[in-house]
Design a protein around this ligand. Structure first.
Ligand code: SF4
Length: 366
């Protein structure tokens, strides 16, 4: 086992052995010790693991996030999106509003529509599910990524139906894959403080396991940079690795950087870029069974996401066009990015931009 404290790369390798390191699974203590290796050497290790799978390719897709309502029955302290006294502007879109947006993005070449809502107790189950059927019927070529495990849990509780029933309805109504939201941090103590009452960690995994058992794919996120410790992050990754060993259903791991504005957690000091990049690198090395690591530029900024390519990330999400959840908390993501600018940035940073579909089939090398 590695000792705690700063280790340079050669000490790390000689105490553990690079061959052994690359061929064996990293355990909890070793993962924690990775944080204390030299910053650039940790980046090199993560980059080697990235290049082994993906070479210099960096994936992205042309997508649009739609957040149909911000009315929420839950109160997560980190959230700036839901309508509260800090954000009194409630809204709930009609299906017609949503279809109008879908029509626009379809004309603009989007391949995926990503739909995530707050937990609105004032609308029907059909309001949540019926829109997927309408999109799938009118735009069968669009991939519908929708409903986080937290939303599935809410719909199950609020409408008195089982997880299986919600998931079957999702399949019947045209949902292709699930986003990875609601994971936050799996440690129960941290969850109690930041999102008490929402889906539990065990429930989150149960829902994704059931979804994978239906032959479907999903993503998994981790919200970090708030009150959690490095140990909580490693624990989060280990739990993901365990389910992935069983189902293989996670497409991508997405570490989300906590945004400090307009919420009730009152974290004064944002996490440093150094710690963000280390966390990316550690997750690339720990999650040896999850192929894709996303640097979600919405929460990290485009510039840091570009640097994260050197720290294990092989995916920069997409052009997004419009985003409401993180921009409400201070992220500079409200209007997305232009695809030409995005691909130029990837090229200029020494990587190959590859447009992908939602399940990582390659569409075009830019
Ligand atoms: S994170 Fe989601 S569930 Fe929690 S308050 Fe915000 S919208 Fe509601």
């Amino acid at each position: 086992m590695l000792s705690q404290g700063f280790l340079c790369f050669s000490e790390f390798v000689s105490s553990y052995g690079i061959i052994q390191f690359m061929n064996n699974r990293i355990n909890f203590d070793e993962a924690l010790a990775l944080y204390d290796t030299d910053f650039f050497e940790l980046g090199d290790l993560a980059d080697a693991a990235r290049q082994e799978r993906h070479g210099k390719k960096t994936y992205f897709n042309i997508n649009r996030h739609i957040n149909p309502t911000n009315v929420c029955a839950d109160v997560c302290l980190f959230c700036a999106y839901s309508a509260t006294r800090k954000n009194p502007n409630q809204y709930t879109m009609t299906h017609e509003d949503i279809l109008k947006i879908v029509d626009e993005i379809d004309k603009n070449g989007a391949k995926e529509v990503h739909i995530v809502s707050a937990h609105n107790p004032n609308v029907t189950l059909d309001w949540y599910l019926g829109i997927f059927k309408k999109i799938k019927t009118q735009y069968p070529h669009l991939h519908v990524k929708a409903l986080t495990a937290a939303e599935v849990d809410f719909l199950s509780r609020h409408h008195g139906i089982t997880y299986d029933e919600v998931l079957d309805l999702m399949v019947e109504n045209g949902v292709d894959s699930m986003p990875g939201g609601g994971a936050e941090i799996f440690d129960e103590g941290v969850r109690e403080k930041i999102c008490k009452g929402k889906v539990t960690s065990d429930q989150w995994f149960e829902i994704h396991r059931k979804w994978h058992e239906r032959g479907k794919k999903s993503n998994v996120t981790m919200l970090f940079g708030h009150i959690e410790s490095r140990e909580h992050r490693i624990d989060h990754m280990m739990r993901i690795r365990e389910l992935q060993d069983i189902t293989g259903g996670f497409n991508c791991f997405i570490p989300l950087v906590y945004q400090t504005e307009n919420n009730y957690l009152n974290i004064k000091e944002p996490i440093t870029a150094n710690e963000i990049l280390k966390t990316m690198a550690v997750s690339r090395l720990v999650l040896d069974n999850v192929s894709n690591l996303k640097a979600y530029w919405v929460t990290s900024t485009v510039n840091l996401a570009l640097v994260a390519q050197e720290f294990g990330a092989n995916d920069l999400d997409g052009t997004i066009e419009k985003e409401s959840i993180n921009s409400a908390a201070g992220a500079k993501s409200a209007n997305g990015v232009d695809v030409k600018d995005f691909t130029d940035l990837i090229k200029n940073s020494g990587f190959i931009p590859v447009e992908r579909d939602s399940v990582y089939n390659e569409i075009k090398v830019w």
